[in-house]
Design a protein around this ligand. Sequence first.
Ligand code: ADE
Ligand code: ZN
Length: 339
Amino acid sequence: MNTISIEKFIEDIPKAELHLHIEGTFEPELMFTIAKRNNKKIDYASVEALKRAYQFNNLQEFLDIYYAGANVLIEEQDFYDLTWAYLTKVHEQNVVHVEIFFDPQTHTDRGISFETVINGIYRALDDGQQQLGISFKLIMSFLRHLDEASAFNTLEQALPYKEWISGVGLDSSEIGNPPSKFERVFAKALEEGFATVAHAGEEGPSAYIWEALKLLKVTRIDHGNRCLDDEELVEQLVKLQIPLTVCPLSNLELKVVPDLKNHPIAKMMNKGLLVTVNSDDPAYFGGYMNENYLGIAQALDLSKQQIITLVKNSFKASWLSDKEKNAMIAKLDTYFQHN
Ligand code: ADE
Ligand code: ZN
Protein backbone atom coordinates (compact mmCIF):
# COMPACT_ATOMS: atom_id res chain seq x y z
CA MET A 1 0.00 0.00 0.00
CA ASN A 2 3.08 2.31 -0.19
CA THR A 3 2.46 3.66 3.30
CA ILE A 4 5.60 3.04 5.34
CA SER A 5 8.24 5.73 5.78
CA ILE A 6 11.37 5.73 3.65
CA GLU A 7 13.42 4.97 6.80
CA LYS A 8 11.41 1.84 7.55
CA PHE A 9 11.34 0.89 3.88
CA ILE A 10 15.16 0.97 3.80
CA GLU A 11 15.57 -0.78 7.16
CA ASP A 12 13.29 -3.70 6.33
CA ILE A 13 14.29 -4.43 2.77
CA PRO A 14 16.66 -7.42 2.35
CA LYS A 15 19.98 -6.10 1.05
CA ALA A 16 23.35 -7.24 -0.27
CA GLU A 17 26.68 -5.56 0.47
CA LEU A 18 29.40 -5.91 -2.19
CA HIS A 19 32.08 -3.43 -1.13
CA LEU A 20 33.21 -3.87 2.44
CA HIS A 21 36.71 -4.08 3.91
CA ILE A 22 36.59 -6.26 7.00
CA GLU A 23 39.42 -4.23 8.54
CA GLY A 24 37.22 -1.16 8.02
CA THR A 25 34.55 -2.55 10.35
CA PHE A 26 36.88 -2.39 13.37
CA GLU A 27 34.86 -0.35 15.87
CA PRO A 28 36.94 1.60 18.43
CA GLU A 29 35.37 -0.26 21.39
CA LEU A 30 36.37 -3.67 19.97
CA MET A 31 39.79 -2.28 19.00
CA PHE A 32 40.49 -1.32 22.62
CA THR A 33 39.23 -4.71 23.89
CA ILE A 34 41.44 -6.67 21.49
CA ALA A 35 44.45 -4.37 22.05
CA LYS A 36 44.18 -4.97 25.79
CA ARG A 37 44.07 -8.76 25.56
CA ASN A 38 47.04 -8.71 23.14
CA ASN A 39 49.07 -6.22 25.20
CA LYS A 40 49.22 -3.83 22.26
CA LYS A 41 49.28 -0.07 22.59
CA ILE A 42 46.90 2.24 20.72
CA ASP A 43 48.10 5.77 19.95
CA TYR A 44 44.96 7.28 21.50
CA ALA A 45 44.07 7.37 25.19
CA SER A 46 40.42 6.47 24.85
CA VAL A 47 37.66 5.38 22.49
CA GLU A 48 36.49 9.01 22.34
CA ALA A 49 39.98 10.32 21.50
CA LEU A 50 40.31 7.73 18.75
CA LYS A 51 36.91 8.66 17.31
CA ARG A 52 37.90 12.32 17.32
CA ALA A 53 40.84 11.43 15.05
CA TYR A 54 38.45 10.18 12.36
CA GLN A 55 38.58 13.37 10.29
CA PHE A 56 40.01 12.85 6.84
CA ASN A 57 40.90 15.21 4.01
CA ASN A 58 41.63 12.43 1.52
CA LEU A 59 42.05 8.67 1.07
CA GLN A 60 45.64 8.56 2.35
CA GLU A 61 44.82 10.25 5.67
CA PHE A 62 42.20 7.58 6.24
CA LEU A 63 44.47 4.69 5.18
CA ASP A 64 47.18 5.74 7.66
CA ILE A 65 44.72 5.41 10.57
CA TYR A 66 43.07 2.29 9.16
CA TYR A 67 46.36 0.38 8.89
CA ALA A 68 47.41 1.53 12.39
CA GLY A 69 44.12 0.21 13.79
CA ALA A 70 44.64 -3.21 12.20
CA ASN A 71 47.97 -3.59 14.05
CA VAL A 72 46.28 -4.91 17.19
CA LEU A 73 44.84 -7.93 15.35
CA ILE A 74 47.11 -10.88 16.21
CA GLU A 75 45.25 -14.12 16.94
CA GLU A 76 42.80 -16.09 14.82
CA GLN A 77 40.12 -15.27 17.39
CA ASP A 78 40.70 -11.53 16.80
CA PHE A 79 39.86 -11.95 13.11
CA TYR A 80 36.86 -14.06 14.07
CA ASP A 81 35.58 -11.46 16.54
CA LEU A 82 36.07 -8.64 14.02
CA THR A 83 34.11 -10.49 11.33
CA TRP A 84 31.43 -11.73 13.71
CA ALA A 85 30.81 -8.18 15.01
CA TYR A 86 30.26 -7.00 11.42
CA LEU A 87 27.89 -9.87 10.63
CA THR A 88 25.73 -9.38 13.72
CA LYS A 89 25.56 -5.66 13.01
CA VAL A 90 24.44 -6.04 9.40
CA HIS A 91 22.07 -8.85 10.33
CA GLU A 92 20.16 -6.25 12.39
CA GLN A 93 20.02 -4.16 9.20
CA ASN A 94 18.52 -7.00 7.13
CA VAL A 95 21.62 -7.57 5.04
CA VAL A 96 21.27 -11.13 3.72
CA HIS A 97 24.31 -11.45 1.45
CA VAL A 98 27.84 -10.03 1.75
CA GLU A 99 30.90 -10.04 -0.50
CA ILE A 100 33.74 -8.81 1.67
CA PHE A 101 37.38 -7.85 1.17
CA PHE A 102 40.27 -8.76 3.37
CA ASP A 103 43.77 -7.29 2.99
CA PRO A 104 46.22 -10.12 3.87
CA GLN A 105 49.35 -8.00 3.34
CA THR A 106 48.30 -5.64 6.14
CA HIS A 107 48.77 -8.61 8.46
CA THR A 108 51.40 -10.84 6.83
CA ASP A 109 53.79 -7.86 6.63
CA ARG A 110 53.54 -7.69 10.46
CA GLY A 111 54.39 -11.37 10.85
CA ILE A 112 50.83 -12.69 11.20
CA SER A 113 50.34 -15.81 9.08
CA PHE A 114 47.95 -15.87 6.13
CA GLU A 115 46.39 -18.95 7.71
CA THR A 116 45.62 -17.16 11.00
CA VAL A 117 43.90 -14.32 9.16
CA ILE A 118 41.80 -16.38 6.78
CA ASN A 119 40.85 -19.05 9.32
CA GLY A 120 39.40 -16.45 11.68
CA ILE A 121 37.50 -14.57 8.98
CA TYR A 122 36.20 -17.68 7.24
CA ARG A 123 35.04 -19.39 10.45
CA ALA A 124 32.97 -16.32 11.33
CA LEU A 125 31.51 -16.13 7.80
CA ASP A 126 30.60 -19.80 7.97
CA ASP A 127 28.95 -19.31 11.39
CA GLY A 128 27.14 -16.26 9.97
CA GLN A 129 25.72 -18.38 7.20
CA GLN A 130 24.60 -21.12 9.63
CA GLN A 131 23.34 -18.95 12.48
CA LEU A 132 22.25 -15.70 10.82
CA GLY A 133 21.41 -16.92 7.32
CA ILE A 134 23.85 -14.48 5.68
CA SER A 135 25.36 -15.91 2.50
CA PHE A 136 28.83 -14.70 1.56
CA LYS A 137 31.76 -14.51 -0.84
CA LEU A 138 35.29 -13.66 0.22
CA ILE A 139 37.56 -11.40 -1.89
CA MET A 140 41.29 -11.16 -1.28
CA SER A 141 42.53 -7.65 -2.01
CA PHE A 142 46.08 -6.67 -2.96
CA LEU A 143 47.52 -3.46 -1.54
CA ARG A 144 48.41 -1.39 -4.59
CA HIS A 145 51.01 0.76 -2.77
CA LEU A 146 53.12 -2.40 -2.37
CA ASP A 147 55.04 -3.97 -5.25
CA GLU A 148 54.17 -6.65 -7.76
CA ALA A 149 56.42 -9.23 -6.05
CA SER A 150 54.51 -8.86 -2.79
CA ALA A 151 51.20 -9.32 -4.63
CA PHE A 152 52.51 -12.45 -6.38
CA ASN A 153 53.67 -13.81 -3.04
CA THR A 154 50.23 -13.17 -1.55
CA LEU A 155 48.52 -14.88 -4.47
CA GLU A 156 50.76 -17.89 -3.94
CA GLN A 157 49.70 -18.07 -0.28
CA ALA A 158 46.04 -17.93 -1.31
CA LEU A 159 46.18 -20.94 -3.64
CA PRO A 160 45.56 -23.57 -0.93
CA TYR A 161 42.41 -21.60 0.03
CA LYS A 162 40.88 -21.40 -3.44
CA GLU A 163 37.70 -23.02 -2.20
CA TRP A 164 37.21 -20.16 0.26
CA ILE A 165 38.22 -17.20 -1.90
CA SER A 166 35.95 -16.25 -4.80
CA GLY A 167 37.93 -13.39 -6.25
CA VAL A 168 40.79 -10.95 -5.95
CA GLY A 169 40.65 -7.16 -5.69
CA LEU A 170 42.91 -4.11 -5.60
CA ASP A 171 42.76 -1.39 -2.97
CA SER A 172 44.80 1.18 -0.95
CA SER A 173 46.46 4.36 -2.29
CA GLU A 174 45.09 4.81 -5.79
CA ILE A 175 46.85 7.80 -7.35
CA GLY A 176 50.26 6.76 -8.71
CA ASN A 177 49.43 3.05 -8.42
CA PRO A 178 47.50 2.29 -11.62
CA PRO A 179 45.91 -1.09 -12.35
CA SER A 180 48.61 -1.71 -15.00
CA LYS A 181 51.11 -2.22 -12.14
CA PHE A 182 49.29 -5.50 -11.38
CA GLU A 183 48.45 -6.74 -14.87
CA ARG A 184 50.61 -9.86 -14.58
CA VAL A 185 49.35 -10.71 -11.07
CA PHE A 186 45.75 -10.46 -12.21
CA ALA A 187 46.48 -12.57 -15.31
CA LYS A 188 47.80 -15.29 -13.00
CA ALA A 189 44.79 -14.92 -10.67
CA LEU A 190 42.42 -15.32 -13.64
CA GLU A 191 44.36 -18.38 -14.77
CA GLU A 192 43.90 -19.84 -11.29
CA GLY A 193 40.14 -19.33 -11.56
CA PHE A 194 39.59 -16.24 -9.40
CA ALA A 195 37.14 -13.55 -10.45
CA THR A 196 38.65 -10.06 -10.50
CA VAL A 197 37.52 -6.65 -9.24
CA ALA A 198 39.45 -3.43 -8.59
CA HIS A 199 39.05 -0.09 -6.89
CA ALA A 200 39.26 2.48 -9.67
CA GLY A 201 38.12 6.04 -10.20
CA GLU A 202 37.69 6.84 -6.49
CA GLU A 203 40.43 9.49 -6.40
CA GLY A 204 42.22 8.28 -9.51
CA PRO A 205 41.31 9.24 -13.09
CA SER A 206 38.85 7.56 -15.45
CA ALA A 207 41.87 6.13 -17.31
CA TYR A 208 42.38 3.78 -14.34
CA ILE A 209 38.86 2.41 -14.89
CA TRP A 210 39.72 1.66 -18.53
CA GLU A 211 42.88 -0.12 -17.34
CA ALA A 212 40.95 -2.17 -14.78
CA LEU A 213 38.55 -3.29 -17.52
CA LYS A 214 41.07 -3.95 -20.26
CA LEU A 215 44.13 -5.15 -18.36
CA LEU A 216 42.73 -6.69 -15.19
CA LYS A 217 39.55 -8.00 -16.88
CA VAL A 218 37.43 -7.04 -13.89
CA THR A 219 33.78 -8.03 -13.59
CA ARG A 220 33.05 -5.09 -11.23
CA ILE A 221 34.56 -1.71 -10.48
CA ASP A 222 34.79 -0.60 -6.85
CA HIS A 223 33.74 3.06 -6.59
CA GLY A 224 34.07 4.15 -10.24
CA ASN A 225 32.71 7.66 -9.59
CA ARG A 226 35.19 9.24 -11.99
CA CYS A 227 33.73 7.35 -14.97
CA LEU A 228 31.46 10.35 -15.36
CA ASP A 229 34.45 12.32 -16.72
CA ASP A 230 34.51 10.13 -19.84
CA GLU A 231 31.39 9.66 -21.97
CA GLU A 232 32.81 6.80 -23.98
CA LEU A 233 33.65 4.95 -20.76
CA VAL A 234 30.13 5.45 -19.41
CA GLU A 235 28.75 4.03 -22.67
CA GLN A 236 31.00 1.01 -22.35
CA LEU A 237 30.08 0.39 -18.69
CA VAL A 238 26.39 0.67 -19.55
CA LYS A 239 26.70 -1.56 -22.59
CA LEU A 240 28.53 -4.30 -20.70
CA GLN A 241 26.49 -3.67 -17.52
CA ILE A 242 29.67 -3.63 -15.45
CA PRO A 243 28.56 -2.98 -11.86
CA LEU A 244 29.97 -0.06 -9.87
CA THR A 245 30.07 -0.57 -6.10
CA VAL A 246 29.48 2.98 -4.90
CA CYS A 247 30.05 4.02 -1.28
CA PRO A 248 28.25 7.30 -0.45
CA LEU A 249 29.37 7.95 3.15
CA SER A 250 32.92 6.93 2.28
CA ASN A 251 32.88 9.44 -0.59
CA LEU A 252 31.65 12.12 1.79
CA GLU A 253 34.20 11.38 4.54
CA LEU A 254 37.14 11.12 2.12
CA LYS A 255 36.13 14.33 0.32
CA VAL A 256 35.43 12.60 -2.98
CA VAL A 257 32.19 14.61 -2.83
CA PRO A 258 31.73 17.86 -0.83
CA ASP A 259 28.21 17.01 0.30
CA LEU A 260 25.82 14.07 -0.17
CA LYS A 261 23.59 16.49 -2.06
CA ASN A 262 26.32 16.52 -4.72
CA HIS A 263 26.63 12.73 -4.80
CA PRO A 264 26.50 11.48 -8.42
CA ILE A 265 24.64 8.22 -7.71
CA ALA A 266 21.27 9.41 -9.04
CA LYS A 267 22.96 10.77 -12.16
CA MET A 268 24.75 7.43 -12.57
CA MET A 269 21.45 5.54 -12.35
CA ASN A 270 19.85 7.87 -14.86
CA LYS A 271 22.63 7.10 -17.32
CA GLY A 272 21.83 3.38 -17.05
CA LEU A 273 24.89 2.42 -15.01
CA LEU A 274 24.51 -0.64 -12.77
CA VAL A 275 25.26 1.11 -9.47
CA THR A 276 25.03 -0.39 -5.98
CA VAL A 277 25.18 1.10 -2.47
CA ASN A 278 27.83 -0.08 0.00
CA SER A 279 29.53 1.01 3.21
CA ASP A 280 33.28 0.46 2.42
CA ASP A 281 34.69 1.03 5.95
CA PRO A 282 31.65 1.61 8.16
CA ALA A 283 33.49 1.92 11.49
CA TYR A 284 35.39 4.91 10.08
CA PHE A 285 32.76 6.61 7.92
CA GLY A 286 29.80 6.86 10.28
CA GLY A 287 27.43 4.30 8.89
CA TYR A 288 26.64 0.78 7.78
CA MET A 289 24.28 -0.13 4.93
CA ASN A 290 21.07 1.49 6.16
CA GLU A 291 22.81 4.77 6.96
CA ASN A 292 24.30 4.82 3.45
CA TYR A 293 20.93 4.21 1.80
CA LEU A 294 19.17 6.69 4.04
CA GLY A 295 21.89 9.32 3.54
CA ILE A 296 21.47 9.37 -0.23
CA ALA A 297 17.70 8.88 -0.10
CA GLN A 298 17.35 12.04 1.98
CA ALA A 299 20.05 14.11 0.28
CA LEU A 300 18.89 13.28 -3.24
CA ASP A 301 15.20 12.81 -2.46
CA LEU A 302 15.16 9.30 -3.91
CA SER A 303 11.85 7.48 -4.40
CA LYS A 304 11.07 3.98 -3.13
CA GLN A 305 11.24 2.87 -6.76
CA GLN A 306 14.81 4.17 -7.00
CA ILE A 307 15.74 2.46 -3.72
CA ILE A 308 14.32 -0.82 -4.99
CA THR A 309 16.34 -0.46 -8.20
CA LEU A 310 19.54 0.05 -6.17
CA VAL A 311 18.80 -2.95 -3.98
CA LYS A 312 17.97 -5.13 -6.99
CA ASN A 313 21.20 -3.97 -8.60
CA SER A 314 23.16 -5.20 -5.56
CA PHE A 315 21.85 -8.73 -6.10
CA LYS A 316 22.27 -8.55 -9.91
CA ALA A 317 25.86 -7.40 -9.42
CA SER A 318 26.65 -10.10 -6.86
CA TRP A 319 28.35 -13.42 -7.47
CA LEU A 320 25.27 -15.39 -6.46
CA SER A 321 23.98 -17.93 -9.00
CA ASP A 322 21.27 -16.85 -11.48
CA LYS A 323 18.79 -18.97 -9.56
CA GLU A 324 19.63 -17.24 -6.27
CA LYS A 325 19.52 -13.82 -7.93
CA ASN A 326 16.11 -14.47 -9.47
CA ALA A 327 14.70 -15.67 -6.15
CA MET A 328 15.88 -12.47 -4.43
CA ILE A 329 14.56 -10.22 -7.19
CA ALA A 330 11.13 -11.90 -6.98
CA LYS A 331 11.20 -11.34 -3.20
CA LEU A 332 12.02 -7.65 -3.72
CA ASP A 333 9.17 -7.23 -6.20
CA THR A 334 6.77 -8.63 -3.62
CA TYR A 335 8.25 -6.37 -0.92
CA PHE A 336 7.75 -3.31 -3.13
CA GLN A 337 4.14 -4.24 -3.91
CA HIS A 338 3.32 -4.41 -0.21
CA ASN A 339 5.22 -1.36 1.03
N1 ADE B 1 40.97 0.30 1.70
C1 ADE B 1 39.96 0.40 2.55
N2 ADE B 1 39.08 1.31 2.11
C2 ADE B 1 39.55 1.79 0.93
C3 ADE B 1 39.09 2.73 -0.01
N3 ADE B 1 37.96 3.40 0.13
N4 ADE B 1 39.86 2.96 -1.10
C4 ADE B 1 41.00 2.30 -1.27
N5 ADE B 1 41.47 1.41 -0.41
C5 ADE B 1 40.75 1.13 0.68
ZN1 ZN C 1 36.95 0.17 -0.67
